[in-house]
Design a binder for this molecule. Structure first.
Ligand SMILES: Nc1ncnc2c1ncn2[C@@H]1O[C@H](COP(=O)(O)OP(=O)(O)OP(=O)(O)O)[C@@H](O)[C@H]1O
Ligand SMILES: O=C(O)c1ccc[n+]([C@@H]2O[C@H](COP(=O)([O-])O)[C@@H](O)[C@H]2O)c1
Length: 203
């Protein structure tokens, strides 16, 4: 499951768990993005430094033995494209059948992703329902994309960030360890912007 995970929240975790159960997956690899090109650049906010997003993802998934976190997109550097993510994961897991988990909002944009026609040979895509978004495969090859209804959690990273920014709690929207990480590193505080060069060591 790829994501910006800024921060990771229970919507991500429930989606991953439901897909793992439904498709009998051995492992779900969470892959935090490097630079997500659809969320960066002019007119977009600065995405939180990758090391913070990576560590929050590790904390959130640590208690589940089937959940792991990959650094491939972070360590490759630069803009993240799923075509590269899947090629790297395939190299690391040559014998695995790969599934790529997305939410209904992300799957609706796949047609704009880099090298979209090549994606289907690398993984089977599973799109999960998300409150506020229609779940359809229109325009996509139906045999390559499965749709799955998951328990509706109207949680977004955007809302988590703005809640922290205005001093509202994010308890129970994100895992407890992520609440504590956000607080410890002063993430998402409007008055204390986190610069892109900030690392967990000097935050
Ligand atoms: N509540 C949710 N239910 C189902 N899928 C979700 C949910 N939140 C995120 N996803 C899916 O998880 C993947 C990664 O999401 P991402 O890290 O961008 O979180 P987000 O909450 O959408 O972030 P933001 O609000 O910053 O855009 C995407 O495929 C997205 O569609
Ligand atoms: O490959 C692309 O062009 C592409 C464009 C937008 C998003 N993605 C991937 O979709 C996943 C969810 O992205 P996001 O921006 O919703 O966090 C993440 O793994 C991104 O790398 C991929």
């Amino acid at each position: 499951m790829g994501g910006t995970f800024d921060p990771i929240h229970h919507g991500h975790l429930v989606a991953a768990s439901e897909v793992a159960t439904e498709f009998d997956l051995d492992e779900v690899i969470f892959v935090p993005t490097g630079q997500p090109w659809m969320k960066t650049g002019p007119g977009h906010r600065a995405v939180t430094p990758a090391e913070h997003r990576y560590l929050m993802t590790v904390i959130a998934t640590a208690s589940n033995p089937s959940f792991t976190v990959s650094r491939v997109d972070i360590d490759r550097g630069g803009v993240t494209y799923t075509i590269d993510t899947l090629r790297d994961i395939r190299r690391l897991r040559p014998d695995a059948d790969l599934f790529f988990i997305t939410g209904a909002d992300a799957v609706a944009q796949i047609i704009e992703w880099k090298d979209v026609d090549e994606l289907w040979s690398l993984a089977h895509f599973v799109a999960v329902s998300r409150p506020g978004h229609d779940l359809t495969v229109s325009g996509l090859p139906a045999s390559e994309v499965s749709l799955l209804e998951v328990p509706a959690l109207a949680i977004s990273s955007t809302d988590c960030r703005s809640r922290v920014g205005r001093g509202s709690p994010v308890w129970y929207l994100v895992p407890d360890g992520v609440v504590q990480y956000i607080s410890k590193h002063h993430l998402y505080r409007a008055s204390e912007p986190v610069m892109n060069h900030t690392t967990p060591e000097n935050a």
